[in-house]
Unconditional design. Structure first.
Length: 112
């Protein structure tokens, strides 16, 4: 679902206008970003948890020279979906099944 589709769907299911929904989503994003910037985790009921995780220092390789390069430790964001979201996803049709791909791209199975 794209951003605009999300806004339209939320507007249909609520008493809010598309403009109000857009403002709410922007405010939600800003609030999550600000909290994460302060090192706090954010949990949203029915969606999941955004968590600050400290990634350790490691070494990488320069693609051009092949030389080992140190990569410093940094904070990362991890998202862990809630159980209801995981179950809903598991119940949905697998969009990567061959028959579904065949229909989406209007191709036919190769006969062996």
């Amino acid at each position: 679902m794209e951003y605009q589709e999300l806004i339209e769907d939320m507007a249909l299911k609520s008493k809010y206008t598309k403009r109000e929904i857009r403002k709410i989503l922007r405010l939600l994003g800003t609030t999550i970003r600000d909290a994460m910037g302060r090192g706090r985790d954010v949990q949203i009921y029915g969606l999941g948890r955004f968590k600050n995780v400290r990634g350790g220092a490691r070494s990488g390789r320069n693609a051009f020279t092949g030389e080992l390069v140190p990569i410093p430790a940094k904070n990362r964001v991890r998202f862990r979906p809630c159980k209801a979201l995981v179950l809903a996803t598991e119940k949905s049709k697998n969009r990567f099944e061959h028959d579904d791909l065949e229909q989406r791209f209007k191709t036919k199975k190769k006969e062996e």
